[in-house]
Design a protein around this ligand. Structure first.
Ligand SMILES: *Cc1c(COP(=O)(O)O)cnc(C)c1O
Length: 365
């Protein structure tokens, strides 16, 4: 018998969520963001489920090549661009589009073109990244046009798309200030320049669809997660990943008895507790506090004590029929990953991406 922990990836949920994303911004083309192995859902599944996307976007050059090997023929975008000169032949061979966010990349492109054996064959679609206020990757607005001109001067650059990324698009409570400031800077710095615009992640798609422009870049929403406080159901999104396991042991404890490493939980009354085959080596967050939600046989309860490598413990006091073999839902449609993540002080993205390789994955079509 394998360990009873299983992740199920629902292909129709992925397809459905992409359709929701496209319907929110019908005028724009959509990059389905598949970085981190499609947020833990698997590249092969993403290729099949996102066939209706206009392109796939990610950050890993080797996984981009893998997408080609899996048969993806439509555009692929490297969101952080290429990392060194060795990437450029790969990028050229597999026709990968890429972000350009710094002068070092432009210098590498210039050198690559200058030394190419067939320079006329080189045709790159580049995405010029603006740092409009997040202060991660990109050119500041004041430096943007210089970078644009330098790219324009390169014969190997076929098209330039204008790209930026929002720091606060998920801030539904304060939808105005930082995002508006960023979009103002972006529009001012690109005014009059010829090229497509791409600014929206999931949060912006969901809350600011008027900013869709030419290309949107939904990620987490495709997997049934939502940024910020909103829930997936509010937007008609479906959970694509379900993490399930079983109770593999039962203990009856009394007042003063402690549970797990560090004795973090101490019972103050007689309790029945269940040991679940799921731990941090499966991707469950170790920092989940007592009472992080879990469903046992469909009934809501919570964790108690520290999560250990292979096990966690749940309170079964209110679920007297539960026993060894009872079904445990860690997250899925009936228990949103965002809710579990929130209880554990993180975001659904991190839990999905952290799904460990040792967890068996099943597919639902
Ligand atoms: C990851 C990423 C996205 C997708 O973000 P979500 O919040 O998952 O929708 C979009 N654009 C860029 C540049 C990214 O790195």
């Amino acid at each position: 018998m394998p360990r009873p922990i299983v992740a199920t990836i629902d292909i129709t949920a992925l397809q459905h969520n992409l359709a929701v994303a496209k319907s929110l911004t019908p005028q724009a083309k959509a990059w389905a963001v598949v970085k981190a192995q499609a947020y833990g859902h698997g590249l092969g599944r993403a290729v099949r489920a996102f066939a209706a996307a206009d392109g796939l976007a990610l950050v890993e050059v080797d996984y981009a090549v893998k997408l080609r090997e899996l048969g993806w023929r439509k555009p692929i975008l490297l969101l952080e661009g290429f990392f060194d000169a060795d990437d450029l032949p790969v990028v050229a061979q597999h026709q990968l589009q890429f972000a350009v966010h710094c002068d070092q990349q432009i210098a590498l492109l210039e050198a690559f073109q200058a030394t190419a054996t067939n320079p006329d064959d080189l045709q790159f679609d580049v995405h010029l990244k603006m740092n409009s206020g997040m202060n991660r990757l990109g050119y500041k607005p004041a430096a943007y046009r210089t970078a644009y001109a330098r790219l324009r001067a390169l014969a190997c650059v076929r098209s330039i798309t204008f790209m930026t990324h929002f720091a606060n698009a998920d801030d539904a409570a304060n939808p105005d200030l930082p995002l508006n400031e960023q979009i103002k800077r972006f529009l001012a710095a690109t005014e009059g320049l010829e090229g497509a615009r791409s600014v929206c992640n999931s949060a912006a798609d969901l809350l600011h669809a008027e900013l869709a422009y030419d290309w949107v870049r939904p990620g987490v929403m495709l997997y049934g997660g939502t940024p910020g406080g909103a829930t997936a159901k509010d937007f008609g999104l479906r959970a694509a990943m379900t993490l399930e396991s079983k109770i593999i042991g039962i203990q009856h404890i009394g007042p003063g008895d402690a549970v797990g490493y560090g004795s973090r939980f101490v019972a103050d009354k007689p309790m029945t507790i269940g040991v679940v085959a799921c731990g941090y080596a499966d991707g469950y967050p170790r920092h989940a506090p007592n009472h992080t939600p879990v469903l046992v046989d469909g009934v809501r309860t919570g964790t108690i004590g520290r999560v250990s490598m292979d096990m966690l413990v749940v309170d079964l006091s209110a679920i007297p029929h539960a026993g060894v073999g009872s079904h445990v839902l860690l997250w899925g449609e009936a228990l949103p990953v965002d809710e579990v993540a929130f209880a554990a002080g993180t975001i659904g993205y991190e839990l999905m991406c952290a799904l460990a390789p040792r967890v068996a994955v099943r597919e639902k079509n």
